[in-house]
Design a protein around this ligand. Structure first.
Ligand SMILES: Cc1ncc(COP(=O)(O)O)c(C=O)c1O
Length: 302
């Protein structure tokens, strides 16, 4: 690709080469596409620095191994590729995805062991799970009637492309006047939503679902911010019925950080705006990141 200019729409790394995002293609027979046979991770760059890059790579490598795949690159090479995507895009705030797919099938066979696993990556402008106006006001959340796929079927700690439960729950939320859904488990406990974990404040104690969820990097960050500021925070079962009467509810995601909730199932939550603890954690998260906390600078060259 043209080395003399940046590509603010994004840059991908496909089959060993960097390409502008609009030109990135994967082979149609890759099992990542036809079977959702893949794992991925999403890191982000904020003000020119990756946030928790090593933690994202560690999680990604563990998930690749859990799916019995082998990365075609070392960890150091992946860092270089991710940096290469961001550098070529020129983006200071970016959403950066790394993906390992099972790869192409052996002709005439369905045996996944015969596929050679593939690595893809891309950097695009930072993505938010909710627009600015909703983030400021607090997102309107729907407790979906839909169950999240059970952990015994698919371990949600392995980040995966099985998103149809969440995509259909998004339609349910839109149809009922909400902006985002949170899905439940078979016992009526909260799980997670499309791209985020959920936290609930009741009686001064913060809780987030312990199981049936992806253990988000932002969720981990919230635990750390709570420990630093002496806020009690635990992972446990959270009955979905607790949400509407909670003092505060917020979402955590790489795609937006800490995002307050102002309404649940059409009913106003608290004062109908992100609550004081949510606001405090939100401000701390962004100010620490602006100051370079857990950051790895991108070398943009001259
Ligand atoms: C299903 C699901 N849960 C939770 C999260 C939040 O994880 P993180 O904080 O690492 O972005 C994501 C992120 O994409 C997700 O897809």
């Amino acid at each position: 690709m043209d080395a003399d200019r940046t590509h603010p729409d994004g840059v991908a790394f496909v089959e060993g080469a960097y390409v502008p995002i609009a030109e990135a293609r994967i082979p149609i027979l890759d099992r990542g596409f036809v079977r959702s046979d893949a794992t991925y991770d999403v890191a982000h760059v904020w003000r020119g620095r990756f946030f928790r890059l090593d933690d994202h790579l560690g999680r990604f490598e563990a998930n690749v191994e859990a799916l019995r795949m082998t990365l075609p690159h070392s960890c150091a090479e992946i860092v270089e590729i991710l940096m290469g995507c961001v550098r070529r895009s020129g983006l200071r705030d970016a959403y950066v995805q790394m993906t390992c797919t099972r790869g192409l099938p052996n002709p005439g066979s369905r045996d996944p062991r015969l596929s050679v696993n593939r690595f893809y990556a891309f950097a695009v402008p930072f993505i938010w799970i909710a627009p600015e106006e909703s983030r400021r006001r607090g997102v309107k959340l729907l407790i979906s009637a839909r169950e999240r796929i059970p952990p015994a079927t698919l371990d949600p700690r392995i980040k995966n492309f099985q998103w149809l439960d969440m995509t259909m729950a998004m339609y349910e939320a839109y149809e009922l006047g909400a902006e985002l859904p949170v899905l439940i488990d078979r016992d009526g406990n909260l799980t997670e939503g499309p791209g985020f974990n959920v936290f609930v404040l009741q009686g001064g104690r913060l809780a987030t679902p312990a199981s049936g969820v992806f253990e988000g990097m932002t969720r981990r960050t919230v635990f750390e911010l709570c420990a630093e500021t002496n806020v009690e925070c635990e992972a446990r079962d959270v009955p979905a019925g607790d949400l509407a009467g909670a003092d505060e509810v917020f979402l955590s995601s790489t795609a937006g950080g800490i995002i307050g909730v102002s309404a649940v199932n059409g009913g106003t939550l608290g004062d109908g705006a992100p609550g004081p603890l949510t606001t405090r954690l939100h401000d701390l998260y962004w100010s620490k990141k602006e100051a370079g906390w857990l950051g790895t600078p991108v070398d943009y060259g001259a």
